[in-house]
Design a protein around this ligand. Structure first.
Ligand code: ZN
Length: 150
């Protein structure tokens, strides 16, 4: 288990150091801002939709390692997927990071997002890990207001 934990940590550190799909996406069809006041994480998510498909997605902002890595991994996970698939993935990710830590999480089909299973033990960190996803949802729903974890 501790080897798995170390692997998870190294993935998170790598994505924090070198976030994927980082930067603005000029002319994006959808965008939204997110803010996690508890930790100070701020993020902006840009989405280019082609029909129902997330053709491109980028993000920018400043935050802790968990929030940055989560945003980075999220962009990789949903790029090329449909809006409905992204929603479903958010549902699974959300239950992964919030489910009872005494139970084995259902990580089928969520790929690298499994690295966040450990945040279940730290409720404050759950907000860091889910901020990008809440912001993505707002962007897709075309909501102008800032997504807040509180
Ligand atoms: Zn944070």
């Amino acid at each position: 288990m501790s080897e798995l934990r170390e692997l998870y940590q190294s993935v998170i550190l790598d994505h924090n150091k070198k976030p994927r799909n980082f930067g603005a996406l000029p002319g994006a069809s959808h965008q939204a801002d997110g803010h996690n006041p508890l930790c100070g994480d701020k993020i902006r998510v840009y989405v280019e939709l082609a029909g129902e498909t997330i053709e491109d997605i980028r993000f920018e902002g400043e935050g802790c390692a968990i929030s940055t890595a989560s945003a980075s991994l999220m962009t990789q996970a949903v790029k090329g997927r449909t809006v409905a698939e992204a929603e479903a993935l958010f549902g699974r990710f959300h239950s992964l990071v919030t489910s009872d830590s005494t139970r084995e999480a259902d990580i089928d089909g969520i790929g690298k997002l499994a690295v966040f299973a450990g945040v279940r033990e730290f409720p404050v960190r759950v907000k860091c890990a889910t901020l990008a996803w809440h912001t993505l949802r707002n962007a897709l729903e075309g909501r102008a207001q800032t997504a807040r974890t509180e």
